[in-house]
Design a protein around this ligand. Structure first.
Ligand code: AMP
Length: 360
């Protein structure tokens, strides 16, 4: 189906992926009058339960992609590891996919990502690619130990990473990561981890949310505090970085940009996520228009909404069995509860989140 923008309420929007981000996008889309079609491998998924239609299939299944293309001319995705070939297939069959293939290609490969960022004036730590154990040893020797080795593709929540304490250990770390192409990063001696969520519309208009301060445990986001306490200069630096990344990718939609704040006040980009982001969940109860509605507005060609904060928020991820305490959370007047409808509370699995709100 071809798409007419701005997309009118009553139209359908496709989402590749059925996780919690897809679920919250589907809820926001429904509020704006759209029907969501989810394509997802699992028959039971957080987004599948909130979608108007569900197609259960592998993302590469062309019959399923054809079904999706028959139902909607506008498709987005909720995780960055959707196969590029599926996005190409949809685009070749007249479906508008946003964010586009370029954003996906850059975000899927950590080496391409950092190369793109530096080329567009968004600073990162020093880095080097390595395809062999010997190259890995050389890269650590050049960048200095300790250094962080990451697989170029498919890492998330701290998976696919190893610290290397001495250059010769890089060969073993390379093998432990599966012998796949990696990137070696200099250690960032950051004082804080921040993130900026931003959006770009079809007309090139941009909207940037206030910074969030993020705390991780075992590589998984535990807590965000937003708006983060930050100087005007820091906020402006983040806005500049967001603007460069968004225009450099000719981006449409919401993007999450993870930042390291250095002791001298400089911001380095850790990574970009071409989608709504866990560190932006606070916007649901802390901003005039949240990141989920903003993403739907952007891809549908609607005007972007205001990003002004209306509350101070502490966002807490509910991991594994923590979500079982919902009755207690429901009794807290300052707490807004967001649960994902997942079955099976494996340790560390994101089951939901809380936004604890206070007046600004
Ligand atoms: P990532 O999967 O790249 O988001 O990394 C997960 C976490 O590892 C980040 O949130 C940081 O806490 C830490 N980290 C990643 N890259 C570096 C680096 N180059 N130096 C120091 N810490 C890092």
């Amino acid at each position: 189906m071809s798409v007419q923008l701005p997309l009118a309420p009553g139209s359908a929007i496709g989402i590749l992926g059925g996780g919690q981000l897809g679920r919250m996008l589907a809820l926001a889309a429904a509020r704006l009058g759209f029907d969501v079609v989810v394509l997802e491998r699992q028959a039971d998924s957080p987004a599948g339960r909130t979608a108007a239609k569900l197609i259960v299939a592998d993302y590469k299944d062309e019959a399923a992609l054809a079904d999706l293309a028959g139902l909607t001319g506008l498709v987005t995705y909720e995780f960055e590891n959707v196969p590029a070939s599926s996005v190409d297939w949809l685009a070749a069959h007249g479906v508008e996919v946003a964010p586009g293939a370029r954003a996906l290609a850059v975000a899927q490969d950590r080496f391409e990502e950092k190369t793109f960022l530096n080329a567009h004036g968004a600073p990162t730590v020093a880095f080097a690619p390595a395809d062999t154990p010997q190259e890995a040893v050389k890269a650590v020797a050049k960048l200095g130990a300790p250094a962080l080795m990451k697989t170029r593709r498919e890492g998330y929540d701290g998976k696919g990473q190893r610290w290397v304490e001495h250059a010769p250990d890089a060969a073993a770390a390379f093998a432990e990561l599966g012998g796949v192409p990696v990137i070696v990063e200099a250690a960032a001696e950051f004082v804080r981890e921040l993130s900026v969520i931003a959006a770009r519309g079809r007309d090139g208009a941009m909207a940037v949310y206030p910074l969030a301060e993020n705390h991780h445990e075992h590589g998984i986001l535990r807590r965000s505090i937003a708006p983060a306490r930050a100087s005007q200069a820091t906020a402006e630096q983040a806005e500049r970085i967001a603007a460069r990344v968004l225009s450099g990718l000719d981006y449409v939609g919401v993007i999450g940009i993870e930042l390291f704040e250095m002791a001298d006040g400089r911001l380095l980009v850790n990574e970009i996520a071409p989608r709504v982001h866990n560190t932006g969940h606070w916007t649901q109860d802390g901003c005039e228009v949240d990141q989920f509605e903003q993403h739907i507005r952007a891809i549908a060609g609607w005007p972007l909404g205001p990003t002004k904060p209306i509350a101070q928020v502490e966002m807490l991820n509910l991991l594994g069995e923590e979500a079982d305490a919902w009755v207690r959370f429901a009794a807290e007047p300052e707490t807004r509860i967001h649960l994902y409808g997942k079955h099976g509370a494996r340790p560390g699995r994101k089951m939901g989140h809380l936004n604890r709100v206070r007046p600004l």
